[in-house]
Design a protein around this ligand. Structure first.
Ligand code: HEC
Length: 99
């Protein structure tokens, strides 16, 4: 394979794995539990509930919880293909107060 073909391949491969938006991911990945507050999950857009957790752990700690699981939340938070950046965006999305 020549260098150009390799570069083109890498470009398309990375484009395919570009981060998806939280708006795309949330409904199918996190909403099951976080919309209704199932099993004491902090509810989406319940800023106060999220603030307590954010203040205690910071964004990196929360990404860690989603990755490793926490109590009733399974490891990877039922999103096996989520990247760390996607977890971060999803958490920031859920922390935001309802518009
Ligand atoms: C099977 C249900 C379930 C799903 C699906 C789920 N969560 Fe959770 N999540 C929970 C529960 C329950 C808690 C509260 C855990 C506790 O504090 O005991 C929680 C808490 C969290 C926390 C706070 C962790 C902390 O350290 O305080 C984050 C961050 C989080 N979820 C992110 C996500 C993200 C992102 C997704 C989607 C990719 C997701 N969750 C999907 C059940 C779920």
């Amino acid at each position: 394979m020549n260098k150009f073909a390799l570069a083109a391949l890498m470009f398309f491969a990375s484009a395919a794995y570009a981060d998806r938006t939280p708006e795309e991911l949330y409904p199918t990945r996190c909403a099951t539990c976080h919309s209704a507050g199932l099993l004491n999950a902090p509810k989406v857009h319940d800023a106060a509930a999220w603030k307590v957790r954010f203040d205690a752990k910071g964004i990196d700690g929360l990404v860690q919880s989603a990755t490793n699981g926490l109590n009733a939340m399974p490891p990877r938070a039922m999103c096996n293909d989520c990247t760390p950046g996607e977890y971060k965006a999803l958490i920031e999305f859920m922390m935001k107060p309802a518009a």
